[in-house]
Design a binder for this molecule. Structure first.
Ligand code: PBG
Length: 332
């Protein structure tokens, strides 16, 4: 029996569905442009727009075109853009020094965007994988990922990004203790208002495949990331990681992947109430695009439905490759 409607003569839930006006009036959550964070792929060169094969409609953009894209996103009202570099294989090393080079691709892009599109927040990724010869998010020694030395590198990376003007730092590496280390380094360097969105509940997922193509990490990656990313079976462990990261100084937390992990998003929002985001990852995007390209689903409708469902699950926002398309639709 419904608890929201009198049972007599019949719980006619169709009454409030009968017209667009009633449906609009009774809708429980909304999807707005304010909920969108747009991940983009950077590469070197000028005037380069290079398609990512496994992500139709997504391109790697050179700096000049990323700046343009950020201006367009800003005009659409998208609140944040998130940068991921495709790194020249020649710049990948064992010590990953390019990661904290103040003039690396990401840091140049941050500065350029802040100058030309000051009203869009710039988010970054903190992890060593784009710069690591073995494709891992942390240093590898004797086949092991070395936690604490990796954190020292991540801190340098975070400070360089903050210095370049980043608004939101996104540690996606899953090393233990990195949020505390990054937060205290930011405090020490007078970057008190730089926010951290922790990839707190990040699972060891096979949905990241197209992304690793996009950033050129697929070929490089040796083995898998199961010793640092969370087992897809583990909900309690994910909640413990979120709690830990909030205690260590994260302002916002993320669940990743998105759609298959909506139960985690709901649990995070209910338990902690903190600003909660989901990442609709590359594999989720690719699946929708592939089915739409075959005419098997209505791509636009599925895109909008998938994003609405993140809101219903308690997410305050979503990182999605669909962001500009959705924004254009929502802005009419
Ligand atoms: C890397 C990183 C990954 C993603 C965001 N940051 C891939 C990984 O962990 O291997 C995935 C995003 C996506 O699939 O869209 N630190």
């Amino acid at each position: 029996m419904s608890v929201t409607q009198a049972p007599f003569p019949l719980a006619r839930h169709r009454r409030t569905r009968a017209s667009a006006a009633l449906r609009n009036l009774t809708r429980e959550v909304e999807l707005s442009v304010n909920d969108l964070i747009w991940p983009v792929f950077l590469r070197d060169g000028e005037g380069v727009c290079e398609p990512v094969a496994s992500m139709p409609g997504v391109n790697r953009l050179s700096l000049d075109l990323v700046v343009k894209a950020a201006q367009e996103a800003e005009a659409l009202g998208i609140p944040a853009i998130c940068l991921f570099p495709y790194t020249d294989p020649l710049l990948k090393t064992e010590d990953c020094a390019e990661a904290w080079n103040p003039k690396n691709l990401t840091n140049r892009a941050i500065a350029a965007i802040k100058k030309t599109a000051p009203n869009i927040a710039v988010m970054t990724d903190i992890a060593l994988d784009p710069y690591n010869i073995n494709g891992h998010d942390g240093y590898v020694r004797d086949g092991q990922i070395i936690n604490d030395e990796t954190i020292e590198a991540l801190v340098k990376m975070a400070l360089a990004q903050a210095e370049a003007g980043a608004d939101i730092l996104g540690p996606s590496d899953m090393m233990d203790g990195r949020i505390r280390a990054i937060r205290s380094a930011l405090e020490g360097a007078n970057h008190r208002n730089v926010t951290i969105m922790s990839y707190a509940a990040k699972f060891a997922s096979s949905y990241y495949g197209p992304f690793r193509d996009a950033v050129g990490a697929s070929g490089a990656l040796k083995g898998d990331k199961k010793t640092y990313q969370i087992d897809p079976a583990n909900r309690n462990e994910a909640l413990a990681c979120v709690e830990r990261d909030l205690m260590e100084g994260a302002d916002m937390v993320m669940v990743k992947p998105g759609q298959p992990y909506l139960d985690i998003a709901r649990a995070v929002k209910d338990r902690f109430g903190a600003p909660t985001y989901a990442y609709q990852v590359s594999g989720e995007y690719a699946m929708i695009e592939a089915a739409a390209a075959n005419g098997w689903i209505d791509g636009e409708k599925v895109m909008l439905e998938s994003l609405m469902c993140f809101r219903r699950a308690g997410c305050d926002g979503v990182l999605t490759y669909f962001a500009p398309r959705v924004a254009a639709i929502l802005q009419g």
